[in-house]
Each structure stands twice: as C-alpha cells, then as structure tokens.
Design a protein around this ligand. Structure first.
Ligand code: GTR
Length: 421
C-alpha cells in the first residue's frame, strides 16, 4: 500500500511537472518568429491587387490549409432529402417560429441524418441567420420542451446527466447560457443550430460519422491529406447551407457561421472554404483556430495533435514542435474569409487559447481586407478588455473564462447589424 502511494505521488508529480513545463504562458518566452506575409506567395511574389489575390494567392493558401491542416473533403454530396419534422409559430411566447428539419444524406448503402433546429423571427421577409453547432444536442440550447433529443453518440458529462454516451431529458436547457436566442430574435435574426456529433462523433475513430461515405475500396481511414473531424463538421455546415438556399424564410446571402472553441476552429474553416457564408464568428477558437501557431503559447500544435488526433489531417502532424517550418500561420485562414466580415473573440482568462495570438491573426490578415478597401485591425496593440474593435475584421477580449456569454452575443449582433444585415 505504502509503495503504491509513493508510486502514485511520483507519477502525479511527474505528470504535473511535465504538463506545466510543457505549456508556455510567459510572453517573454514566446519564440522569435516571423509572421509570413499574407500578401506574398509561397514563391516570394508580392501580391498587390484583388485580382492577383483571387487568382494566385488565395487558391494556394486555401490549398495549403486543405492539404496540410484540416484535410481535404474527398467529395461534395448534396443532401438526398429534407423533412420538416416539427414546426410551430408559437415559440418563445409567440415571438418566433420554430422549425426542426431533418437532413438526410445518402451514398450507396450509407445514410446520415442530422437535425437543424431553427428559431426565426416572425416577419414576411427572409431573415439573416446565425448558424452554429452545439456540443451536447439541440435540446441543451433552450428549455423549450419541443426540441427533439438527438440519439447520436455524445461524450459523457456527469454534470449534464449524460452517461452511456446518450443524451437525455436531463440535459435539456443546460446550455441556455451560451445561446442568447431571444436577443437574436429581437434583433431580427434567426438562429440555426445542429448537434455536431450527428455529423461526426468527436472521438478518435473514423468508422462512424460522414468519413466512411467517401472511402474508396477497402479504405479504413482518411489519407494523410484528407479530412479530419473539423473538416467533416465544416462539410455538415455546407449541407446545412444547401438547405438554407431552399428555405423561403432564410436569406441565404446573409448566413453567419458561428462557433465556440473546437467549433470556432470549425466556423473559421467553414467560412474560409465556402464563400456562401456571409460572415464568420470565432469565439475563443485558440490553437488550430484563430491563434497563431508559431507563438507556441498555451495549447500548441504538438499538444492538440496528441490530445485530439482526429481533428486535423495527418499531414498537420509534421508541424508538431516544428511550427517554424509552417509557410503560413492561422492569419492566412482568416485572410481566406476576406472581404467577408469576420469576428475573432477571446476571453481574458482563456490563456490556453492564447488571446494575443488570436488578436494577432486578425491583425496580420488585415492587409488582404485593405486590398478590398475594407477596414480590419490597424494597430498591433491589443484593445482594452471589454472594448471591442468593430470593423469588417472585428476583435474583442472580454473578462472571464473560456465560454460564450451574453456580452459576446451582444457584440456579434451589433457588428452583424453594421456589416451584414
Ligand atoms: C480543449 C482543446 C481546445 C478547445 C477546447 C474546446 O480541450 O484543447 O483546443 O478546442 O477543448 O473545444 O472546448
């Protein structure tokens, strides 16, 4: 027994020591590095106008992120059918319409279904919408008893009553704090949300979700340049977009993709790779999202590839502890969204996501926005906490933790009013 206690103490000590020495939270220890010029091609040619950006530089950057970071989506596949499974004009005390639409995708003998939950303001006009994934099912974003509970695999979460990887009634409404639905409706926007696990369960295997749809012959997992889970989730949002294009109540030219954390990485990649999205919001997206990888502050490329080997494509692993050879950084991802509005948001206590690195990406992507005469982040000095900069490229750092708050949503709505609505 004594031996066991000693052994355990030693291992805990080693684990903590390892974990702490591994993570850098000290600005003075950020390595010296150069941020590759977003307006210079990989071959060193300077890009001076929109035409050259769109013809030369944008495609090569997109290809880089496709082949080396998130992984290429092996094929596009439009949904086979959609079915409005539930609808009401009496949501939120009569303020909104509720619609639950099941999208079905089919290929050979495979079928994948996912459900979009929508709340839309009541008006004759087509409405702009925010669309974003949720972490624990559509029924967690509201206390509305009519929201259907997904049967898809979920990570367990004891405090939400999620055991045996199944979502239940117990978790209804547990994430209302992250979704300011009434504020969104009152401002004239709709909200669409999807449980991300219906597209690809967030675990390190490639047997379930959408990946097998595109396997060739006896392929068991994506090739090194092919999609990880983030790309799969991006694929799901594209299919949702296909649906919005058919929905007479949605203004498909005003769809803003939103995401928090891993789903903020997803919203950035979705907006960067599909220009149908009119705007993009990345909330606390961190490493592999808005944060510059070369800073190695908080979560690093090595760490994220180790903890979540399924999120990125395998090629991304060549940059683990090797960020200096990255020919671009995450500012290149944000630049791919130009000239469409993009909002990057950080939280002061969320050092794991590297707020400064998130800010700097927005700053270093700005030259591309300037080519289009759009205003981005013009000073390298970070703004004060809770003092957003709202241009076509927007940024804020708010007080508090890794989360989505009413403050965040108030800023997004106000910014969308100016730049998208
Ligand atoms: C963390 C991960 C982050 C972020 C976060 C989340 O464990 O290290 O990159 O994605 O999860 O998605 O909540």
């Amino acid at each position: 027994m004594k031996k066991l206690v000693v052994l355990l103490t030693i291992s805990v000590f080693f684990y903590l020591g390892f974990a702490q020495s591994d993570v850098n939270y000290d600005e003075s220890k950020v390595p010296d590095f150069e941020v590759p010029d977003v307006l210079q091609t990989f071959k060193g040619k300077k890009i001076k106008n929109v035409k050259k950006w769109e013809k030369k530089r944008r495609p090569e950057l997109l290809r880089f992120f496709n082949q080396n970071v998130y992984g290429e989506i092996p094929g596009e596949l439009k949904y086979a059918s959609f079915d409005v499974v539930e609808e009401s004009d009496n949501a939120f005390n009569g303020k909104a319409l509720r619609k639950q639409v099941e999208i079905s995708v089919q290929k050979n003998d495979l079928t994948l279904n996912f459900t979009i939950l929508m709340y839309l303001p009541k008006t004759e006009n087509k409405v702009p919408i925010f669309v974003g994934y949720n972490f624990y099912g559509n029924h967690t974003v509201t206390t509305d008893v009519n929201v259907i509970i997904s049967e898809a695999w979920s990570r367990n979460n004891e405090s939400f009553g999620i055991v045996h990887n199944q979502l239940t009634e117990q978790s209804r409404g547990v994430r209302t704090n992250r979704w300011a639905i009434e504020k969104i409706i009152d401002a004239g926007y709709g909200l669409a949300t999807i449980y991300y696990g219906e597209i690809d369960p967030d675990k390190n295997d490639f047997y379930d979700g959408v990946h097998p749809f595109f396997y060739v012959d006896d392929q068991q997992q994506p090739a090194s340049n092919e999609w990880g889970s983030i790309s799969a989730w991006a694929w799901g949002l594209r299919r949702a977009m296909d649906y919005f294009e058919e929905d007479s109540k949605v203004n498909e030219s005003k769809v803003i993709v939103f995401g928090h954390s891993r789903l903020g990485k997803t919203s950035l990649w979705t907006g960067a790779s599909d220009q149908r999205f009119a705007g993009v919001i990345s909330n606390n997206s961190g490493c592999g999202g808005a944060a510059l990888s070369k800073r190695r502050f908080g979560e690093t490329v090595w760490r994220i590839n180790k903890s979540f080997p399924h999120w990125f494509c395998k090629n991304f692993r060549m940059y683990s502890k090797n960020e200096e050879i990255l020919p671009t950084d995450q500012h290149g991802l944000i630049a791919l969204i130009a000239p469409r509005p993009v909002y990057v948001a950080s939280a002061e206590e969320d050092r794991w996501a590297d707020p400064r690195g998130e800010f700097l990406s927005a700053y270093y992507a700005t030259p591309v926005y300037q080519l289009y005469d759009k205003k981005g982040i013009s000073s390298i000095k970070m703004p004060q906490v809770n003092e957003p900069i709202k241009n076509t490229v927007a940024y804020h750092i708010r007080t508090g933790k890794h989360d989505v708050t009413d403050f965040d949503w108030e800023q997004y709505i106000n910014w969308a009013d100016k730049f998208i609505k």
